[in-house]
Design a protein around this ligand. Structure first.
Ligand code: PSU
Ligand code: MN
Length: 333
């Protein structure tokens, strides 16, 4: 099925015949800035919010969220942080909404993947959207590019536990281009890559080599089937996928900036220990709590050292996302 660009409305919206939900019937609030940008064909980059609610401590989470939005702007695009506030999907959260999501003293915030959106809506909950839910929402409102930190994946031991992130199946069924720092070594990278292949997801390293990056480390020992090194090439590939009518997603994995790669060894030790502890104490069996628990434990074990790397990574992908979206907008408008 081929998509139609709505050139008629002068919009960047990629209107497809299959939509997950209709923006007019679902409770979706698009900020005026993001809405204007979409209507006038200016580039927009989606950003997730599970990293704010469940991925980082306060106030680092809100500071990072603001810095990441600035990076998207430096890259030439408009940021659209996506989250759920009292049962309404918000695309382009404002400062008050961001505070609401980030503030750990406001209890009851849910980590939401695709399957949590309807319950959250029906029960008027607030929460952070993972890569899975953010991809679904972004794609539906017409934002084809999304920048984030670490992709979820097949957990270590996943061949027994079946703990495979909904991020992977989402990329298999949603036409979104995700720029991420790769998959964290808390995961089984080899099986994660295999799963992405099965799902038909384009995997590319965004950098000078085809080494698949491992979040804190630029190397994992695994290769990506493709690599690109310019925003224009990335934009052309996204455009090509849309022209082919391919309804699945793409992963652009950008390695950690050099100046932060030095801490990789020390952080890796903490990762290994955190994963072992999560297995020993049973957290690894508690579904969606596993990833946030391990991330928090890694930050504790490195006495906060993992956080600057985490922040640097997501700022880097946001900047790259801003540049790719900017090139993409020039191609399609
Ligand atoms: N990896 C990180 N930081 C994060 C996440 C993953 O380094 O904040 C979040 C993302 O929102 C991702 C989600 O989509 O965790 C995956 O969770 P799970 O493994 O439960 O599917
Ligand atoms: Mn899981």
């Amino acid at each position: 099925m081929f998509y139609l660009q709505s050139r008629i409305a002068g919009s960047l919206l990629t209107r497809r015949s299959i939509r997950s939900f209709s923006v007019s019937s679902a409770p979706v609030d698009i900020s005026p800035e993001v809405n204007d940008a979409l209507q006038s064909g200016r580039p927009v980059v989606a950003l997730e919010s599970a990293i704010i609610t469940h991925g980082m401590p306060y106030p680092t989470n809100i500071e990072t969220a603001i810095a990441v939005e600035e990076q998207v702007r430096s890259g030439g695009s408009i940021p659209a942080t996506i989250g759920v506030i009292n049962g309404r999907i918000v695309v382009g959260v404002n400062r008050t909404q961001l505070e609401h999501l980030a503030d750990k003293d406001i209890p009851g915030k849910v980590k939401m993947s695709r399957r949590d959106l309807a319950p959250a809506m029906g029960l008027r909950k607030s929460g952070g959207t993972t890569i899975s839910a953010t991809s679904l929402i972004a794609s539906t409102v017409g934002i084809p590019i999304f920048a984030t930190g670490g992709l979820g994946g097949v957990h270590r031991g996943g061949e027994v536990s079946w703990d495979v992130s909904a991020d992977l199946t989402e990329l298999g069924r949603t036409p979104i281009a995700v720029i991420s720092a790769g998959a964290k070594s808390i995961l089984d990278i080899g099986r994660t890559l295999e799963y992405l292949e099965t799902q038909g997801v384009v995997v590319m390293t965004y950098g000078p080599t085809d080494e698949f990056p491992g979040f804190y480390s630029p190397t994992t020992g695994f290769k990506s089937p493709w690599h690109v090194n310019s925003p224009l090439d990335a934009a052309r590939i996204i455009d090509a996928s849309h022209r082919l009518g391919i309804q699945s997603g793409m992963l652009f994995a950008a390695p950690i900036p050099d100046e932060f790669a030095g801490s990789a060894g020390e952080i890796q030790k903490a990762v290994d220990q955190a994963v072992k502890e999560s297995e020993a104490n049973g957290v690894s069996k508690r579904g969606k709590e596993a990833t946030p628990w391990i991330l928090t434990r890694v930050a504790e074990l490195t006495r906060g050292k993992s956080l600057p790397s985490n922040i640097a990574l997501i700022k880097n992908t946001a900047f790259i996302g801003g540049k790719i979206a900017s090139e993409y907008a020039k191609l399609v408008t």
